[in-house]
Design a protein around this ligand. Structure first.
Ligand code: NDP
Length: 284
């Protein structure tokens, strides 16, 4: 068996084309969807993520701005800026790029963003609404994964989904979204004993660990759906996922590649959340 590839880049292009039309429609009604991204400091990875977000916003005709701040900014000053953005009706989505310098408590910043502008879906209210199955902003990476599964009509109900990783931004929310769709969900993490005993039972395996190529064909069941969230550089400097794509693709039914997998979908879902905010559809 050679797995069918779920190409996140192609799916993103398709979704962005329809979002471009939606943006034009909103603009005709006098609403210009606008995303403000706040970048603190000079972390090269953060800078590259932020420019990707800005470029994608422009591609669909959405307005966006990046506010760059020095690492020395205090938590109080950053909170004051967020308050200003909360109060500005022309700003529909606010995203503060993480990580922040150690003297700023990330949770304070996340909780300061008004839930109606929380396009990253990290605010506790958004998370609570997601857990209780209400309409809300879903954090972008798990949201993108759900869209990828939907795009291939992969059925979730009654399936055993195994999630490796329990971060607040990927592992925990994707498990919850799969549970909401009636999967039976098992979470694994670094303290899990005998990981393979769980992964080989998975109908749907989500891998979000940041450990390059830790999952190979021996870890999976024949015909499984394998979603690789990881973005890592291997020793040769090549971009690789948390899954050994070459071996796993010979055993799985569906697989996401790295690059051109989950990564492009994450930015695309940020645009989708910003459009939702511009339409005033969530989190008030
Ligand atoms: P975190 O570092 O926050 O979490 C990693 C998780 O993996 C933790 O729960 C950890 O367990 C678990 N883990 C680590 N090593 C092992 C192991 N050997 N066996 C089992 N579990 C393990 O990472 P993120 O969730 O933020 O990101 C995960 C990966 O996804 C990274 O490569 C990141 O770059 C990528 N990523 C990609 C995105 C995209 O758009 N494609 C978006 C966000 C992240 P424990 O809790 O016990 O420490």
């Amino acid at each position: 068996m050679t797995a069918e590839i779920i190409n996140g880049k192609e799916l993103s292009t398709k979704l962005k084309a329809s979002m471009k039309i939606e943006t034009e429609t909103l603009k005709r009604k006098g609403i210009v969807p606008h995303l403000t991204v706040v970048l603190v400091g000079d972390n090269p990875a953060s800078r590259s993520y932020v420019s990707g977000k800005e470029k994608a916003s422009q591609e669909i005709g959405m307005s966006s701005e990046v506010i760059e701040l020095p690492t020395t900014i205090s938590e109080t000053e950053l909170l004051a800026l967020i308050q200003q953005l909360n109060d500005k009706p022309s700003v529909h989505g606010i995203l503060v790029q993480l990580p922040l310098p150690p003297h700023i408590k990330e949770q304070h910043i996340i909780e300061a963003i008004h839930p109606s502008k929380d396009v990253d879906g990290f605010h506790p209210l958004s998370i609570g609404r997601m857990i209780t199955g209400q309409d809300t902003f879903i954090s972008c990476t798990p949201y993108g994964i759900m869209e990828m599964l939907r795009s291939k009509n992969i059925s979730i109900e009654g399936k055993h989904a195994v999630v490796i990783g329990r971060s607040n931004i990927v592992g925990k929310p994707i498990g919850q979204l799969l549970l909401n769709e009636n999967a039976t969900v098992t979470y694994c993490h670094s303290k899990t004993v005998d990981l393979k005993a769980y992964t080989t039972q998975a109908d749907i395996l989500i891998v979000a660990t940041g450990v390059p190529q830790m999952i190979n064909a021996d870890h999976i069941k024949k015909g499984a759906v394998v979603i690789d969230v990881g973005i890592n550089r291997n020793e040769e400097g090549k971009l690789v996922g948390d899954v050994d794509f070459e071996s796993v693709k010979e055993k799985a039914a569906f697989i996401t590649p790295v690059p051109r997998g989950v990564g492009p979908m994450t930015i695309t879902m940020l645009l989708k959340n910003t459009l939702k905010a511009a339409k005033g559809l969530a989190g008030n």
